[in-house]
Design a binder for this molecule. Structure first.
Ligand code: NAI
Ligand code: CS2
Length: 493
């Protein structure tokens, strides 16, 4: 993986780092594993692992992280040869800073050895199992947020409990073993962009456990903690140019540095019966109920992000910052935030919402982060409900306008056809991509496409397709996109 003449990032080579690069301020050889993280992707490494690295620096060495991929070996192949070390490169218009993170001790690849991961999750010293497995990793129906019992991973894991494939399967088997051994359960900490992510995780885990063994399901429901969290830091996928740039900047070759922004926020319900790192010392906010923070973030940031992704991609913009510079887009997002999303949010006392929204739009404009519209467009079927559809449901209850939100939904429909405005194929990544293709084959009119998508109950439920105002608003927007394209439609707003 080392494509440069530089020596490799490793514990032994840390003294050869360029000046000004921050390094772990603790003895990594003394760190114990207290956390297992499922889904060892870019976001975890820019967010939770950084907060935990800061706690380790305070001297509490119980909280090392064992990372696990339930899919591929790419992160393991990148990090383990460099002793789990990696660079977090924080970038914005004023420049870059670099910090080597040491909180991840090792990375496992679950499909290679499910037993190794299960043994780690059963270790009494592991007090927290956290997750960033993407929305689709929860094996749930997006509209109902309940377990999809027909999901192939669910049916496999119910039949093969000792060799699971899904995060849920691993979690339930590990909890069953801990219960049998008389070991207290770990706390489950979802760090994915889901509504009420802790409750959603509890719902799918408990249901899966019940299907295995009613008593186990009852035990988990009563004795296992699932605090919800609001997580926020923009973390684009790392490119080869990023790798080369970071390697040159720090003076050692890093197989997989992480690129992110200065802004970071983590709001967590403080419910950890088996203990937790003192994350508050690293700037984490602990609350009794995270709902208001989560709705604000999922609707204002992520709803805007998905709207920019679909309409931006269709307009020919590669990144979010490029899209924000496109004619009419900044106004679209400001109006959507102010006129249609803000009235659906609970009021957070003593919180400057206007400043928060202004900061969001500045974050979207960050010229140093190349956050691709194509990346954000992924898994739209899993994201639309919490980002746009639930907001529209509130606007319908308020008997208020939602034309801009409807345009975001129509943008997704147009994108999901898999053909762009120049007739080129779109690489649509989505668990339901095959179903989109099959259902929309040969359909080109707005009305035909609208009916086809609204027929997908797992995304739109049954209420929205039956609602005339929703049907007409999305249909009108989709007709404009098909008739005159996304760029002109946005510019004319
Ligand atoms: P990534 O692509 O770097 O990592 C995704 C991780 O999820 C990988 O480890 C992958 O193996 C795992 N995964 C994918 N499908 C899975 C499945 N079906 N079962 C189990 N594991 C699965 O993506 P990244 O950037 O780390 O984002 C992951 C999640 O983190 C997002 O889906 C979102 O929920 C949350 N997040 C991401 C932010 C970002 O800006 N990237 C910011 C805030 C939250
Ligand atoms: C993005 C999010 O890829 C996406 O869906 O909208 O990952 C976004 O970058 C984060 O939620 C920001 O906190």
């Amino acid at each position: 993986m080392n494509h440069t003449s530089h020596k490799h990032l490793s514990s032994a080579n840390l003294p050869q780092l360029a000046k000004g690069v921050a390094t772990p301020g603790y003895d990594r050889s003394q760190v114990e594993t207290g956390i297992v993280h499922l889904g060892i992707g870019a976001f975890h490494r820019a967010h939770q692992a950084v907060y935990t690295d800061s706690v380790l620096t305070t001297g509490d060495l119980r909280w090392g992280i064992l990372g696990a991929s339930l899919r591929s070996g790419d992160t393991r192949d990148a990090l383990n040869p460099q002793d789990g070390l990696y660079t977090v490169a924080v970038r914005d218009g004023s420049g870059s800073s670099f910090r080597i993170i040491g909180s991840i001790q090792n990375v496992l690849v679950a499909p290679e050895s499910p037993e190794t991961l299960l043994a780690a999750m059963t270790d009494p010293k592991v007090k927290i199992v956290s997750l960033t497995i993407t929305e689709k990793g929860y094996c749930y129906s997006p509209a109902s947020a309940s377990l999809d019992e027909s999901h192939p991973d669910v049916t496999h894991d119910l039949a093969n409990p000792a060799t699971p494939r899904s995060a849920i399967g691993f979690i339930v088997e590990a909890l069953a073993r801990r219960r049998k051994n008389g070991t207290e359960p770990f706390t489950l900490l979802s760090c994915d962009n889901l509504p009420a992510n802790g409750q959603t995780l509890k719902r799918v885990v408990t249901r899966f456990a019940e299907l295995r063994d009613a008593e186990l399901g009852a035990f988990i429901s009563e004795h296992v903690a699932f605090p919800s969290t609001m997580v926020d830091r923009i973390v684009p996928a790392t490119t080869d140019d990023d790798r080369a740039g970071v390697t040159d900047a720090i003076g050692l070759a890093d197989n997989w540095p992480i690129m992110t922004e200065p802004f970071t926020q983590w709001v967590v319900e403080d419910h950890f019966p088996s203990g937790r790192p003192a994350w508050e010392k690293a700037g984490v906010t602990f609350v009794g109920d995270v709902d208001a923070f989560e709705l604000m973030k999922l609707r204002l940031l992520n709803g805007s992000h998905s709207t920019l992704a679909y309409l931006g991609y269709l307009s020919g913009h590669e990144t979010v910052s490029d899209t924000m510079a496109g004619e009419g887009f900044a106004t679209l997002i400001e109006r959507m935030m102010d006129e249609e999303i803000t009235p659906t949010l609970p009021v957070l006392p003593d919180f400057d919402l206007d400043a928060y929204k202004k900061q969001l739009r500045e974050r979207f404009r960050n010229p140093a982060l190349r956050h691709r519209t194509w990346q954000i467009a992924m898994d739209g079927s899993q994201k639309l409900p919490q980002r746009l559809l639930n907001t529209i449901r509130v606007r319908l209850e308020q008997k208020a306008s939602f034309d801009l939100l409807a345009l975001g939904v129509a943008g997704w429909m147009r994108y999901a056809t898999g053909t762009d405005e120049r007739g080129n194929a779109i690489d649509v990544r989505d668990p339901l991509a095959g179903e989109f293709k099959a259902r929309t084959a040969g359909k080109t009119s707005a009305s035909a496409l609208l009916e086809t998508y609204l027929g997908m109950e797992q995304i739109f439920g049954t209420d929205l397709p039956a609602n005339t105002a929703f049907h007409d608003a999305v249909g009108d927007a989709l007709a404009k996109l098909i008739g005159q394209g996304a760029a002109r439609t946005v510019a004319e707003l």
